[in-house]
Design a protein around this ligand. Structure first.
Ligand code: PDD
Length: 287
């Protein structure tokens, strides 16, 4: 079955889909993106991702002449044309095509819009969660605006590659104070030695994860003790549990940090419960 992509107003075969060589996304990473998890062909945490998309675009002063409703139609049509039941849908907006010059182009140019979708095997995803994954820690090397979901992801790419080479699923960035900021494509969480669920506050230089926000709401609903407070690598290594959240990982238990095995090496009860409840709720609320 051939994949289909949406590119600037058209659905086209994925293998042939292309943008111009002077697209500012290609030359300057001058653009933003969003990823929604897809359950039963519908968008998980739909509103939260649209809100963040609008914010990211606003911060870069890119104005896209399409309403949220129109974008929703394109996302759902891309999902439908690719026969995705469970998986992910990716949307990217760049400032558009213009002769290479660092400042914004003088005249109004049309932003480039690309949407792709892919299926995820939920059986494999659940098996991975049942085993738990390893993360490595790497120095924080990113810019100071990680709250914007830009396509400028080179430090994240390098961190992920280091993770892969170490047999790990994710890399956690660690700042100069020894505090974990977040993962290369996820937010970082622990259940600390005292049993408190913790994830870093969004005053820090991190992405305001949409899944993070939903999981915090679920933690409150379940009556868990939680804090939005940074933790050190040492605290994480001594934690009862750890996990990551994101549109790709959902809620994914972490069982090893660098060479340290957490607890008995199996996913913890809080992470497992939050994964189950998150998936159930996200599936139910998907739109
Ligand atoms: N990544 N932090 C970073 C750096 C991320 O790239 C992501 C998401 C998250 C989690 O955010 P959310 O819960 O809103 O997905 C945190 C996406 C999935 C990606 O780059 O593919």
């Amino acid at each position: 079955m051939s994949r289909i992509a949406y590119v600037n107003g058209r659905f086209t075969r994925h293998a042939q889909a292309s943008v111009h060589i002077e697209d500012r996304g290609y030359q300057f990473a001058d653009g933003v993106y969003e990823v929604w998890a897809v359950f039963d062909g519908r968008l998980a945490d739909s509103a939260g991702h649209f809100e963040r998309l609008a914010r990211s675009l606003g911060e870069l002063r890119i104005s896209i002449p399409l309403s949220q409703a129109a974008l929703g139609v394109i996302l759902r049509e891309t999902i439908r044309r690719n026969h995705v039941r469970n998986g992910m849908v990716y949307l990217q907006v760049t400032r558009g095509v213009a002769p290479r010059d660092h400042p914004f182009p003088a005249g109004a140019i049309r932003p480039s819009l690309v949407v792709t979708a892919k299926s995820v095997d939920m059986v494999k995803s659940q098996a991975r969660a049942a085993d738990g994954v390893k993360v490595i820690t790497v120095p924080e090397t990113r810019w100071a605006r990680c709250d914007i979901k830009t396509i400028g992801l080179l430090p994240n790419v390098l961190a992920k590659q280091a993770a892969r080479e170490a047999g790990a699923a994710e890399a956690w960035f660690v700042d100069d104070l020894g505090l974990v900021t977040e993962g290369a494509s996820s937010n970082a969480w622990i259940v600390d030695a005292k049993g408190v669920l913790r994830t870093r506050d969004t005053q820090a230089n991190i992405l305001r994860g949409v899944t993070r926000k939903s999981v915090l709401a679920l933690a409150a609903k379940l009556g868990l003790t939680f804090e939005e407070r940074a933790f050190t690598v040492d605290e994480a290594k001594q934690a009862r549990e750890a996990f990551i959240t994101g549109a790709g990982s959902l809620v994914l238990p972490v069982t090893r940090i660098d060479a340290t095995v957490l607890g008995d090496g199996a996913p913890g009860p809080v992470a497992k419960r939050l994964r189950d409840v998150y998936i159930q709720q996200a599936r139910q609320d998907a739109a």
